[in-house]
Design a protein around this ligand. Sequence first.
Ligand code: SF4
Length: 231
Amino acid sequence: MAITKTGFMRGIQCPKMLWLDKHKPSLKVIPPEVQERMDEGNDFGDEAMAMFGPYEEMTIYKPGTTIPDKEAMVAKTKEHLAKGTNVICEAAFMNYSNYCALDILRKTDSGYDIYEVKNSSEVHDQHIKDVAFQYYIVSRCKIKIDRIFIVIHGPDEENRFVPVEVTEEVKKLYNWIDNNIWRLNRIQKESEELDIAPGEQCNEPYECWYYGYCHTEEKEEEKEQEQIQML
Ligand code: SF4
């Protein structure tokens, strides 16, 4: 059981969230407005693929599903790297089974630039960490990365995609990713549910999809404590 970028980011917000994703995913409740935002983000990402003109997309689904076939995507990406394709979208990489798919990988004279597309009007701290995970995996796969950008919404239709360079901030996080990736890998494999009390992490940076589950659990524990005190 390895970790993906999404799993890593969820585990950084709260290790219990990552554990629940792996062991009790049916408890997850995604609010409709969040699902809507995620769908909008996917549409924005799809449109951004063409921001540099012609491109090759690496997405391959497992037969009859919408589950990405990671191994097939990694193999297709390798073929396009070998061919020298200029713009590779959803470029997939795996290192010790840890996995990421980059929105856009663009060939340069000396290596590649990374473009991570975010459905946002500004760059946030979690975007930097998110792309730092990708930089870590790609670097471990021996791909030379020159510059790293986060693509955000422009002010109007004519400037729809605005790349913001974050190379320095991202490269500084390499060791932080290295420390946390293995810690979170161990955590998600634990057999017992993690005992983490709800707190600020339940809403920051995103409202947790297990909010109802953990807060009901918390209320039940409080009730039990009250009953014990009354005995
Ligand atoms: S609701 Fe809070 S404590 Fe529970 S998994 Fe989510 S972030 Fe963690």
